[in-house]
Design a protein around this ligand. Structure first.
Ligand code: SAM
Length: 385
């Protein structure tokens, strides 16, 4: 990868050490959702994009399908004999047999279900986003008015960074983080646990159980949001809260500085289209409130926020968030889009890398005052349903 052309914003933070943790034993159920749809001609590259695309691996050829998807698996150094508490079993080794694809490492359990890699770079990008959410929410981990929660669920926890912080903030609570990938650290607060689980299936937690259910950035991950919120409702305690934090993938602009032909329009449309082909939409940020109310939650509140595409804003807070966003996107878009573009879109790797290079170029342009809108939506399960 090329040296980043963006530097880390000033308020650099330290990331928790990321190693592996154990989880529940699960049977294998490989389900590949992706298929090839179209493979347009290779584009002609301007020199700067050609260099960027080359630096980010455009010369790499797509790998032929493998008979054994685990042949190229990489050992992450995880001790498969590790245990997590009393109520869990050893981690099935198949969960650790990650899939390597175009130089990136992806989860193995429910192979193909999620668009993002789970390698070190991907984990770092998730933790950048966590930092950006803290900046956005003025260092709060949640907005919902929860009081002394005892049971907290973080659905699709990623590196577990939010769950760990919540466990520290509420030491009398039990915090459970679930994910397809066992990428959470080993050393966590004693009241924090991680489990490997697919949230798009029936939830196996007790009914009426959680005081707080947290969802963040599950865009492009959920095939049926109505079913998802029904599950969340059933497993939320009466009087308990749910909160979902999501952002748009389509940059917009309020002052006319992003013309109709700006690359950001093509970027946003492409991501949304790829999500639709993949069968998991990226537009939940705008739908959360209505969907939550439809599931039965009450007192639903939507809070909006903006993530500028770089440090163009004169507002101090937005400028800082924008600088983080520029870095996160510059380094993260390969992970966000490579699988979607090549598997869902059927693009060649070189074509995808050129598209990513175009985006990195747009991110370095300060005259365009674009941003990603986002929402934090929270609501309560009534005491009597
Ligand atoms: C964009 S990341 C967000 C991670 C975390 N919520 C955060 O905000 O830092 C999405 C996460 O959801 C997980 N995920 C995707 N589909 C899932 C599924 N069906 N069941 C459980 N986890 C899933 C991915 O493995 C990934 O860690």
């Amino acid at each position: 990868m090329a040296a980043p052309t963006t530097s880390k914003p000033d308020d650099a933070f330290s990331l928790h050490s990321i190693s592996q943790d154990s989880a529940i034993q699960l049977g294998e159920d490989p389900s590949l959702h992706a298929g090839a749809f179209f493979a347009p001609a290779e584009p002609h590259l301007p020199p700067d994009l050609a260099q960027d695309a080359h630096d980010h691996g455009a010369e790499q050829q797509e790998q032929p399908p493998q008979d054994d998807p685990f042949d190229d698996a990489e050992d992450s150094g995880f001790d498969s004999g590790s245990l997590l508490g009393d109520e869990t079993d050893t981690l099935a080794s198949s969960i650790m047999h990650y899939r390597m694809e175009n130089g990136r490492q992806y989860h193995a359990y429910r192979d193909g279900a999620y668009w993002g890699p789970n390698d070190e770079l991907a984990k770092e990008i998730l933790d950048f986003a966590h930092h950006m959410y803290l900046l956005t929410l003025d260092h709060k981990l949640h907005v919902a008015p929860i009081r002394s929660p005892q049971t907290i669920l973080d659905v699709g926890t990623g590196t577990g960074i939010w769950a760990i912080d919540m466990a520290d903030q509420y030491p009398s609570a039990t915090v459970i983080g679930t994910d397809l990938s066992p990428i959470q650290p080993e050393w966590v607060p004693p009241n924090c646990h991680f489990e490997i689980d697919d949230v798009s299936l029936d939830w196996t937690f007790p009914l009426d159980h959680f005081d707080f259910i947290h969802i963040r950035e599950l865009f492009g991950c959920i095939p049926d949001w109505d079913f998802f919120f029904e599950q969340a409702y059933a497993h939320c305690k009466p009087g308990g809260w749910i909160e979902i934090v999501e952002h748009s993938v389509e940059p917009i602009c309020d002052d006319g500085s992003m013309g109709p032909d700006h690359f950001f329009h093509l970027w946003g449309k492409t991501v949304v289209d790829m999500g639709n082909i993949f069968g998991k939409s990226f537009t939940i940020w705008a739908e959360s409130k209505a969907r939550m109310e439809k599931a039965g939650f009450v007192d639903v509140v939507e809070v909006t926020y903006k993530w500028p595409m770089n440090g163009w804003s004169e507002d101090r807070k937005l400028k800082n968030i924008g600088r983080w966003n520029q870095l996160r996107l510059h380094e993260g878009i390969e992970g966000f889009m490579l699988r979607l573009l090549t598997q869902a879109g059927g693009w060649s790797v070189p074509r995808a890398q050129v598209f990513l290079a175009e985006m990195r170029k747009a991110l370095r342009e300060y005259k365009t005052h674009a941003y990603l809108p986002g929402t934090v939506v929270y609501g309560r399960k009534p005491l009597r349903s």
